[in-house]
Design a protein around this ligand. Structure first.
Ligand code: AMP
Length: 282
């Protein structure tokens, strides 16, 4: 497995791989867990070679967010990825990704504005910008993202369509279902911030979401089900709720009724200073 930190050797390595087949890209911020490794395994089913990027992208962190505290463990990550048969790890530093004079921003309006975009201004500009750069750097045939970050996946799909990225494959961007712990908590690098006590309480999030989804299917009005969800979270040990919304799964427009089969429940909530997000079909 090659570990590459500069753009020129990256281009050469990808060109060499492409001689013997297709390339799938799995973008990550590192601190690998089973969610990331599931993306890698799905990528391996879809392409001859898997490239994983590891880059803690400063542009997607707000001024008061956890950029400095975010877990960084490149060596351990590379051991895990090597075991999965990954062909190359693209691990640029911030200077390689954003050289002096860097000035371009990608903003995907509308779909970036609500939910996490409202709670984290500029976050999705940072995500769209770095993912566009990663696509141009690696030029993958396909790229895989977790459904765990549902809004991120929607933003990236919109950007790829709008900018004609990684053509001609129409379904080149693949969403992978969320990998969860036994108690239902979605795996996340940020779970490492939780003490054992808070980690146990955090399972209130998927539990409350499943309950709300069941109530919605039973015909409980959306506002009532969402209020119940918020109450369950606060009673379950969460400190505050950034948002709890029922939205159209593709456009992310809020829904006031459960219609059709494309509704999705999206939640962001804080526990002990850690912000957790999750989403499920409703
Ligand atoms: P991150 O390193 O947190 O930026 O995540 C890298 C990729 O892994 C993103 O596409 C995430 O959506 C995905 N991912 C993170 N957690 C999970 C999970 N629990 N299940 C599936 N995919 C995940």
């Amino acid at each position: 497995m090659q570990i590459i930190r500069q753009i020129d050797p990256l281009r050469a390595a990808v060109a060499a791989l492409r001689q013997s087949g297709s390339v799938a890209l799995v973008p990550t911020m590192g601190a690998m867990h089973e969610g990331h490794l599931t993306l890698v395994r799905e990528a391996a089913k879809r392409a001859a070679h898997v490239a994983v990027s590891i880059f803690v992208n400063p542009r997607q962190f707000g001024a008061n967010e956890d950029l400095d505290a975010y877990p960084r463990q490149l060596e351990r990550d590379c051991v895990l990825l090597d075991r999965e048969g990954v062909a190359l790890v693209w691990a640029p530093d911030a200077a390689a990704m954003y050289p002096a004079g860097y000035a371009t921003n990608i903003a995907v309006s509308g779909i970036s504005d609500g939910l996490c975009g409202a709670a984290r201004p500029g976050h999705f500009d940072g995500v769209a910008t770095v993912v566009c750069k990663l696509f141009n750097q690696v030029r993958p045939d396909t790229a895989l993202f977790g459904e765990k970050d549902w809004q991120q996946l929607a933003v990236i799909r919109r950007m790829a369509r709008d900018l004609d990225l990684i053509l001609p494959a129409v379904n080149a961007i693949i969403g992978v279902p969320t990998v969860r712990e036994a108690d239902g908590l979605a795996l996340s690098s940020r779970n490492a911030y939780l003490s054992a006590d808070l980690r146990a309480r955090a399972a209130a999030l998927p539990r409350a979401m499943q309950r709300a989804a069941a109530r919605l299917r039973d015909g409980v009005p959306v506002a009532v089900a969402l209020a119940g969800l918020a109450q369950d979270l606060l009673e379950g040990g969460f400190d505050s709720i950034d948002y709890a919304e029922l939205v159209d799964a593709e456009t992310l427009v809020p829904l006031d009724a459960l219609t059709g089969n494309s509704a999705r429940l999206l939640v962001a909530a804080r526990i002990g200073g850690t912000r957790l997000i999750d989403n499920i079909p409703a």
